[in-house]
Design a protein. Structure first.
Length: 267
């Protein structure tokens, strides 16, 4: 799918040029590139870089369309293949509900924390950087200027206490970032305290994405690969788990106080 995205962008660039009534030579002069460069991009022999797409957006007054396509293609390219359908659902969601018993949710991770979670994987250094870039890029749905996605995240308290193999300062920075995100009006980060003991859903995290058509899609992260779920009975079961874990969590204010306390302990 990664390759097809670049092919798609190349095709869209060609169509935009044709709609504008421009030859490759005309467009090259307009955006200050060579005609061979334009041809190479349109035939897929040369990858479209950010500066080239910015020049196209400006010259053809596309409203930043090609920049958005590039950012989405980069997200998809860096993500593992089985996760790519979920990225589209995540970007389209009008509400995310995220339960995590083990790690800080990816959408709330700092770059250093994200890299540490992948450090012991069997991935190459290049693949790790791609995964980190994809994970960080997905966070834009929380901070975009127009219609940022509301998020309710429920974390087990051990997420705040689990060390990054002695990197206490990194954990402190991560929790400080959690505090910053939790103070956004559309973000709630709730913590299940130690007093809850054993409770439903401890065996694994999941995400529920509510879409504009009223449907809900779920994402379950597992050891080898993740699973995207649409079946009504599966969603109903996860909704019951969600209500159970949210019922065990502290209030928003109590949770924020606990996160702040944990952040101080890592300094």
């Amino acid at each position: 799918m990664g390759g097809s995205w670049w092919d798609f962008i190349a095709g869209e660039l060609r169509q935009a040029r044709l709609r504008a009534g421009l030859s490759q030579e005309d467009l090259a002069k307009l955006i200050n590139y060579s005609a061979s460069h334009v041809s190479g991009v349109e035939t897929g022999q040369r990858p479209p870089k950010a500066d080239y797409l910015a020049a196209m957006d400006h010259a053809l007054s596309t409203g930043g369309m090609f920049d958005r396509l590039l950012r989405h293609a980069s997200l998809v390219q860096g993500a593992p293949p089985w996760m790519r359908p979920w990225i589209d659902d995540e970007r389209a969601a009008n509400l995310l509900r995220w339960y995590e018993p083990a790690y800080v949710p990816g959408i709330l991770q700092t770059e250093a924390y994200a890299r540490m979670t992948l450090a012991d994987s069997l991935l190459s250094a290049e693949k790790i950087e791609q995964r980190v870039g994809s994970r960080l890029g997905r966070q834009a749905i929380l901070t975009r200027e127009e219609d940022p996605c509301p998020l309710v995240a429920v974390l087990d308290v051990m997420v705040l206490r689990r060390p990054l193999r002695g990197h206490a300062t990194l954990m402190g920075q991560q929790l400080a970032h959690l505090v910053k995100m939790a103070e956004l009006p559309h973000v709630q980060i709730l913590v299940v305290p130690e007093e809850a003991g054993l409770y439903p859903a401890l065996q694994g995290g999941f995400i529920l994405a509510s879409l504009s058509d009223g449907s809900v899609v779920a994402y379950l992260d597992q050891q080898i690969r993740a699973q995207v779920m649409h079946r009504t009975e599966d969603i109903a079961s996860l909704n019951r788990h969600w209500e159970a874990v949210r019922g065990e969590a502290l209030s928003r204010r109590q949770s924020l106080d606990l996160i702040k306390e944990a952040a101080r302990s890592w300094i």
